[in-house]
Design a protein around this ligand. Structure first.
Ligand code: NAG
Ligand code: NAG
Ligand code: NAG
Length: 185
């Protein structure tokens, strides 16, 4: 009986230890760094090769690399090298490049999967920030993970809230990226 009581007590303390190791109340976390940036994607449409900043590099059977595939673009992969600016003007002086890809990976709605880096090179910031996550495009704001960084963002992690700030046909879109780091070094 005494042994049983001891083990019950042991479990109780283990539970306490575990629950303090994984706190439930996340609201108390405040970002250690906050950054808002824009990037601009000019989609290749067959005629704008000189100005396009992204290219469709994979398409499903029956589609081509000029026009995004029907059925929610499922099966397309696009690679981009987009200018990053501090405001929403495409012609502002860029502070770096957003480079990576988006994969249309959902058959019954518009969702893409983003994997890209910000390579920042300005007087304020030098270094890279790496992003990964699902992007349900039709929702106004989406959160993706900030999985790491280099330079001024060495070992940084956090969440980026993205929203489509502008969308012009299938030729141009602009994303506003609100980056909150919760881990800074
Ligand atoms: C590229 O952009 C410039 C300036 O925005 C524009 O004048 C030109 O017509 C564009 N070229 C193509 C091929 O779209
Ligand atoms: C690509 O597909 C679109 C839509 O099916 C078609 O209009 C276009 O002519 C195709 N382009 C090429 C280069 O095959
Ligand atoms: C960063 O910008 C400076 C000044 O414009 C340039 O000399 C340098 O090559 C750039 N570095 C990278 C990695 O692009």
């Amino acid at each position: 009986m005494a042994a049983r009581k001891t083990s019950v007590l042991l479990f109780f303390f283990m539970f306490l230890a575990l629950s303090s190791a994984f706190p439930r109340n996340k609201n108390k976390y405040k970002p250690c760094k906050h950054l808002v940036l824009f990037f601009h994607d000019i989609i290749y449409n067959g005629k704008n090769a000189a100005n396009a900043t992204s290219a469709i590099v994979a398409a499903p059977q029956g589609a081509n690399l000029t026009i995004l595939a029907p059925q929610f673009h499922f099966g397309n992969i696009a690679v981009f090298d987009d200018p990053i600016t501090l405001d929403n003007n495409l012609h502002s002086k860029p502070v770096g490049r957003a480079q990576g890809m988006y994969i249309y990976d959902t058959k019954n709605t518009f969702t893409s999967w983003l994997g890209f880096s910000f390579a920042l090179n300005s007087t304020d910031y030098q270094g890279s920030i790496n992003f990964i996550g699902a992007d349900p495009i039709l929702i106004k704001t989406r959160d993706i993970s900030v999985v790491g960084g280099t330079g001024d963002f060495f070992m940084h992690r956090g969440i980026a809230t993205i929203n489509t700030d502008a969308y012009e046909g299938e030729v141009y879109f602009r994303l506003k990226v609100d980056i909150k780091f919760y881990e800074c070094w």
